[in-house]
Design a protein around this ligand. Structure first.
Ligand SMILES: NC(=O)c1ccc[n+]([C@@H]2O[C@H](COP(=O)([O-])OP(=O)(O)OC[C@H]3O[C@@H](n4cnc5c(N)ncnc54)[C@H](O)[C@@H]3O)[C@@H](O)[C@H]2O)c1
Length: 269
């Protein structure tokens, strides 16, 4: 589909793998110039492998989004990666790797790292690129949140709280950038087979008795059939397609919104 993104520049933080990588591929398919940033050095290989199918340019940079100085340095140097920057995507994320139900099974010391990556990394990116986005003329900012933000999910309390905070901050970003014709939105994925999703299962499984332990597939299958009306996994490319739609002028009047791509797990009346 031609969404009119050819020649647009996009920075995707958390683009080495999983959902961020699928978003990058969708932008590349649309002919955008894509900059992949990730703490994982494998981001460089990810970018090289993508080049084959790309219409625009694809570059990569190793970046720890929790390091504000490093994010600022990238903002100052962004034009050596892409001629112009129209879109920011924050898809980096981590879980605590602990099963948090009930919450007192965790310790307050389990919280800061999860908040640093899921919330402060996004805040760092928004701050560091604020002046470029004010000047870009027409653009968008996308935060990958989670359905956990909207339902007090007991699985990983610091993760849910960080995602709820990012949805709230996204609305502030949307209001502050609106006069500059820059829109901000969030996507809340449901359940997608990625490293992060598997770590949630691993933390759960570790806490079960031998008889209650499940394989990843069985655990996910039971969960999906009980909570997801469409009864199936979401796929990384489902999020990629929604991301490019939200970045495009087809969504030119959509800002400050959280779009659930979750097979219907969350339904608000
Ligand atoms: N997989 C799911 O079911 C699901 C559901 C809801 C929300 N999400 C969200 O989707 C986003 C992508 O997660 P995913 O499932 O693709 O996981 P993933 O582990 O496959 O990808 C996350 C990426 O973030 C990167 N990252 C982690 N810390 C970073 C840092 N400090 N700086 C830069 N990059 C960093 C990782 O290296 C990795 O490449 C996350 O925000 C996650 O919370 C995922």
């Amino acid at each position: 589909m031609d969404l009119g993104l050819t020649g647009n520049g996009v920075l995707i933080v958390g683009g080495a793998k999983g959902i961020g990588h699928a978003i990058a591929q969708e932008f590349a398919n649309e002919g955008a110039d894509v900059v992949l940033a990730d703490i994982d050095p494998a981001v460089q290989e990810s970018a090289v492998l993508m080049n084959a199918s790309a219409n625009g340019t694809i570059t990569s940079v190793v970046l720890d989004a929790t390091d504000y100085n490093a994010v600022q340095a990238l903002a100052e140097d962004i034009n050596s990666y892409t001629e112009k920057l129209n879109h920011l995507v924050y898809a980096a994320g981590v879980g605590s790797n602990k099963f948090g139900f009930p919450f007192w099974e965790m310790d307050p010391s389990d919280w800061p790292f999860v908040l640093e990556v899921n919330l402060m990394g996004a805040v760092n990116v928004a701050h560091a690129f604020a002046s470029q986005m004010q000047q870009c003329g027409q653009g968008s900012i996308l935060f990958i949140a989670s359905i956990a933000a909207q339902m007090g999910s007991q699985t990983d309390p610091p993760y849910s709280a960080a995602k709820a905070a990012i949805v709230n901050f996204m609305q502030v970003v949307a209001k502050d950038f609106a006069p500059y014709n820059v829109r901000a939105n969030a996507i809340s994925p449901g359940m997608i087979q990625t490293t992060l999703n598997k770590s949630v299962w691993a933390a759960w499984n570790e806490r079960q008795s031998d008889t209650d332990k499940r394989s990843y597939e069985d655990w996910a299958g039971e969960k999906i059939s009980s909570i997801c009306p469409l009864g199936r996994w979401q796929k990384p490319e489902d999020i990629g397609r929604m991301a490019t739609f939200l970045a495009s002028q087809a969504a030119g009047n959509v800002t400050g919104q959280t779009v659930n791509v979750d097979g219907g797990i969350i339904m608000h009346s």
